[in-house]
Design a protein around this ligand. Structure first.
Ligand SMILES: Cc1ncc(COP(=O)(O)O)c(C=O)c1O
Length: 388
């Protein structure tokens, strides 16, 4: 389900570049694939992948809950009407504001360390996050279940934390695991789930097993689901999942304009988007498909580089493209997750606009920021002395 070249060119002409475009039908298709694979598991969308309110509202309308990791994300969940058992509060260092917001919403807390037993609001619903201490097949920065990761408690500690939560009057419902992001190999998940299932002897039956997200966009979902249900079955538990990337990555494309070219040690194709719009290549060497929206015979390998004054500001390396045409467009694919959500105002660059193809027209779902909006919070503190 891809958008045509004409559709993309029209969007860029109407809304300018850099521009994030999303395809509603692909968002729906990704959710349907998850629902088909996981049956009646409860789905909590990890909104860090893309917290756009329109996307959240669409998911909320079909009963998807949200995994939130900040007061801001909790406010987004509340804004789209989520609450109660439709919200999870996660994170290794939750703030007092986050505990308070979670309590107000009646959310379930994912307990990440033993000290949280006394930090939780009274009579909280809670799951205990377990770090299975596994090395998984993904970039180091994307691994969250390795022994060296900061997340969760050890499997040995988990039963005691569950007991302490209950003793303190909390509703400790079960266990949680999330081993990282963009993981393709189903055996990584089965190893993590098996590590949890081993705890059944000490914990007894549990109400909920939350196996997180982290599925690569071409991962074997039915295979992962089978393993997850087997682990939940060992506890007699309901299954919860927290996909982020899987639900939104394929539906999103970053459109960027060719600014020009330069040949030094390498051949650079310079674009109007870079690390401030799409950080993933720089942050963890992520590779995104790059498509030229122009024609040409002569093919050559280019490094696609953004406008920031940073050597690492590259969107892709060694991409074979027809001879570049300044002003023409490149489509950076699979950019719906951790694209717009990680975009920044570094260099006082305005974060890009976002548009959704609804099937009949483009819907503007976030307008481009103005420079004044980027610096607005500085003016509210004290009026700067201009021209002094
Ligand atoms: C606890 C937790 N759940 C779910 C996710 C979503 O991961 P992904 O987007 O890879 O599915 C993350 C991502 O960091 C996470 O930390």
């Amino acid at each position: 389900m891809i958008l045509s070249r004409t559709q993309l060119l029209t969007a860029a002409e109407r809304f300018g570049t850099p521009l994030y475009v999303y395809h509603a039908a692909e968002l729906d298709a990704a959710l349907a694939r998850v629902q088909t694979a996981f049956g009646d598991a409860r789905i909590f969308y990890a909104m860090k992948a893309n917290p756009n309110l329109t996307l959240l509202a669409r998911m909320r309308a079909v009963g998807v809950g949200f995994e939130c990791v900040s007061a801001g994300e909790l406010a987004r969940a509340e804004y789209v009407g989520a609450g109660g058992d439709g919200v999870l509060v996660n994170g290794p260092a939750k703030s007092p504001e986050e505990y308070a917001a979670g309590a107000r919403l009646g959310a379930t807390f994912i307990v990440d360390r033993a000290e949280e037993v006394r930090l939780l609001p009274p009579a909280s619903r809670a799951l205990v996050r377990v770090n299975p201490a596994l090395n998984v097949s993904t970039h180091d920065h994307l691994a969250t279940g390795a022994k060296s990761s900061k997340f969760g408690v050890t499997p040995e500690q988990a039963p005691a934390v569950l007991a302490a939560l209950r003793a303190a009057g909390h509703d400790a419902r079960g266990l949680h695991v999330h081993i990282g992001s963009a993981i393709r190999d189903a055996s990584d998940f089965s190893a993590a789930f098996a590590r949890l299932a081993d705890l059944r002897v000490e914990t007894g039956n549990l109400e909920v097993l939350d196996v997180g997200g982290g599925w690569g966009i071409d991962a074997d979902l039915p295979g992962i689901a089978r393993e997850a249900w087997a682990a939940a079955g060992a506890f007699g538990a309901r299954l919860w999942v927290e996909p982020g990337r899987y639900l939104v990555a394929r539906a999103g494309t970053l459109l960027t304009k060719v600014v020009g070219t330069k040949r030094t040690g390498r051949s650079f194709l310079l674009t109007d988007a870079g690390m401030t719009e799409l950080l993933r290549p720089m942050l963890y060497g992520a590779e995104h498909p790059v498509t030229a929206l122009w024609d040409g015979e002569q093919q050559e390998a280019w490094d696609v580089a953004g406008p920031a004054c940073e050597s690492g500001d590259l969107l892709a390396r060694d991409v074979t493209l027809p001879a570049p045409v300044p002003g023409a467009l490149l489509a950076i694919g699979e950019a719906g997750a951790y694209g717009a959500s990680m975009s920044s105002t570094y260099l006082t660059r305005s974060r890009p606009a976002e548009v959704l193809w609804t099937g009949t027209d483009w819907q503007l779902i976030r307008r481009r920021e103005t420079p004044e909006e980027v610096w607005a919070a500085e003016l509210s503190v004290s009026e700067p002395v201009l021209g002094a």
